[in-house]
Ligand binder design. Structure first.
Ligand SMILES: Nc1ncnc2c1ncn2[C@@H]1O[C@H](COP(=O)(O)OP(=O)(O)O)[C@@H](O)[C@H]1O
Ligand SMILES: NC(=O)OP(=O)(O)O
Length: 314
């Protein structure tokens, strides 16, 4: 019998909780992997993607700090590839260790993934994706005055560097991902939104940008014809009137209903909005499928009891 194919997009708190050391991120991913084992117990075909905003911004700073003729700073597309490698390594190892007590013979692989974008995407002229550490406004103004960096205020949390974030159009390795997952391998793919590449007459070429991981994960789910797309973030449900006394948690909603809430401005740009947009895009592309937005901590309830916000076709 054909297994359910699930794409899980991991939010920032799955990787980085307190500090950005390798040890702390590996510890966070150990806990994440233990939660993700619920999908192995359910016996689904599993593809996992993840973000890299804090990590790729930190890596760029490290590159700039060490830049010299003999040790040149790497460009942003290469840094995205480097974070796919490091976060993929941590998660892959954590998953193997979490699988060990189950005596499962499941294999786990991290796939370096290139995501095709349009060279003319307006985001190249107007950077929108916050990456790296947070700064005070004063620090941000000083950075902008002394460098070519563009900084913006990020959802009330502080100021961050912003980089272009073009829309994902296609995934170069989609077929390989599908082949691996159909053999029963857990595939970690499109990490950090994938490495942005443009298609030229001479072949694919990397470009300096960071793709939104929710949009890239949706594109991946579409291309591998997933049955279910799950966004795991910091809240159990998408809410109306979020963080107010009138907050209402959404359970199962249709695409039309959630589009209405979106048009009413219920979802914050840069946080819940891209998840809701990606969920809508997935269900519209695959009306038999469903998109779920919930938290890692709630994953057992999502799997067993249909908890979380579930977006379905009308
Ligand atoms: N309408 C909303 N309903 C629920 N959460 C919301 C809403 N608007 C903003 N949020 C916040 O957005 C967060 C998800 O965005 P973010 O932390 O950027 O994503 P990620 O988990 O992918 O890193 C939630 O944990 C919550 O704090
Ligand atoms: N690439 C990306 O969207 O990463 P974050 O979710 O960590 O910002």
């Amino acid at each position: 019998m054909k297994k359910e194919k699930v794409v899980v997009a991991l939010g920032g708190n799955a990787i980085l909780s307190t500090e950005a050391t390798a040890r702390a991120q590996q510890a966070a991913l150990r806990e994440t992997a233990e939660q993700l084992i619920a999908f192995v117990e359910k016996d689904v075909d599993l593809i996992i993607s993840h973000g890299n905003g804090p990590q790729v911004g930190n890596l760029l700073l490290q590159q700039a700090a060490a830049d010299s003729v003999k040790n040149p700073a790497m460009p942003l597309d290469t840094c995205v590839g480097m974070t796919q490698g490091s976060i993929g390594y941590w998660l892959q190892q954590a998953l193997y260790n979490a699988l060990e007590p189950l005596k499962s013979n499941k294999q786990v692989v991290t796939l370096i993934t290139q995501v095709v974008v349009d060279q003319k995407d307006p985001s190249f002229q107007q950077p929108t994706k916050p990456i790296g550490p947070f700064y005070t406004e004063k620090e941000a103004q000083d950075i902008m005055a002394t460098s070519s960096n563009l900084m913006v205020e990020d959802a009330g949390r502080g100021w961050r560097k912003v980089v272009p974030s073009p829309k994902p159009l296609a995934i170069v390795e989609a077929q390989t991902i599908n082949q691996l997952v159909s053999q029963g391998t857990i595939v970690i793919a499109a990490g950090g939104g994938g490495i942005p590449v443009i298609k030229t007459k001479g072949g694919y070429r990397g470009c300096e940008a960071v793709i939104d991981k929710d949009l890239a994960s949706e594109k991946l789910a579409e291309l591998v014809e997933a049955d279910t797309m799950i966004f795991l973030t910091g809240v159990n449900h998408v809410c109306l009137n979020f963080n107010t006394p009138a907050e209402i948690a959404l359970g199962t909603v249709t695409v039309s209903q959630i589009k209405g809430y979106l048009n009413d401005g219920q979802f914050a740009a840069g946080s819940m909005l891209p998840k809701v947009e990606a969920a809508i895009a997935f269900v519209e592309s695959h009306p038999a499928g469903k998109a779920i937005i919930s938290s890692l901590a709630n994953i057992h309830d999502v799997i067993r009891n249909g908890s979380g916000t579930i977006i379905v076709a009308d």
